[in-house]
Design a protein around this ligand. Sequence first.
Ligand SMILES: *Cc1c(COP(=O)(O)O)cnc(C)c1O
Length: 371
Amino acid sequence: MSTPRIPLVNLQRLDAMHLDEWMEAIREVVIASGFILGAPAERFERAFAAYTGAAHAVGMGSGTDAVHLALRAAGVDAGDEVITVANTFAATLEAIVHAGARPVVVDVDDRTLLMDLQATEAAITPKTKAVVPVHLSGRPIDLRALSAITERHGIALVQDAAQAHGATFDGQPLSAFGIASAYSFYPGKNLGALGDAGAVVTNDDAVAARLRSLRDHGRVGKYDHREVGYCSRLDAVQAAVLERKLAHLPSWTERRREVAARYNKELDGAVRIIEESPGGDGVFHHFMIRVPERDGLQAFLAERGIQTVIHYPIPVHALEAFAWLGYPAGAFPVAERACREILSLPIDPVITDEEVAEVSAAVLEWVNGRS
Ligand SMILES: *Cc1c(COP(=O)(O)O)cnc(C)c1O
């Protein structure tokens, strides 16, 4: 496809509006000449901790490292099992494998496409060390019910919040639940760097200290290495830009919610809309609908210059990288059916009302043309 007229995420438009501000942040870091962690990272970490309602935020090199190191800091080790969902980005499972554990996959709820809590409790074994729910498209899972399960079984709750910056459950920040939450600042995420970056937030002082050490070669002082760690630090340039962007995030999130409400109003009844779980207040990283013969709709929209994406087209257990887990086709029927029917429509903080109306009208035209 040539450059879409209405892209899934219009980063170019967003960054053009703030270019001077981002460039000033970069300039300050270059002049100060400190490029790894340092004052810019500490300032951003304090601001992000406050934004997520947590005591600590620890900046990392990526969201994948954030999930991985959060699991390590939660005590996950070789031989453990960690439960997660079939319909996530491969990185969630990679992080579990990198932590030395075996991913145990469960199906999702048909209305929300979020972790099936009954299946999760049923999957717990004596080897289970942690559960990693994924707040798909920024819609939080029922964290009250899930944390009741993990607490009852004495296992860790580590959230993959890569798509959920600023989301709440029952009016509380996600950080109020479980031991740690991992965020990605991949450029297309709701809060995106100008490159790779991520962070873990936690209320646990010891977990935060372990994360600060793990991300920086396992050291606690300049040459005082206490364990074999990783090189996954937050760049000062990314931190400085992220600090500027974070100041805009509340209004960006408000606009995403407005856009989602418009899509909901226009499309309700014509297509299935992936629901929020009761109590969840999502941040609409994606706006997902569900239609039979989805590929036809996607091609129809592409012809009109409207870009859509499938999050995700192949459930993790069907990926070649995870074939060794041994799950057969049909193991997770809800997730597998959803993969054939879901579609994410354009949404970002700078999409116009006219563009939302155009996308909605095109979806309705296709749906009505088929009935
Ligand atoms: C983006 C994403 C990740 C990985 O984040 P990176 O910053 O790209 O490493 C992990 N899990 C989910 C659900 C994501 O969307």
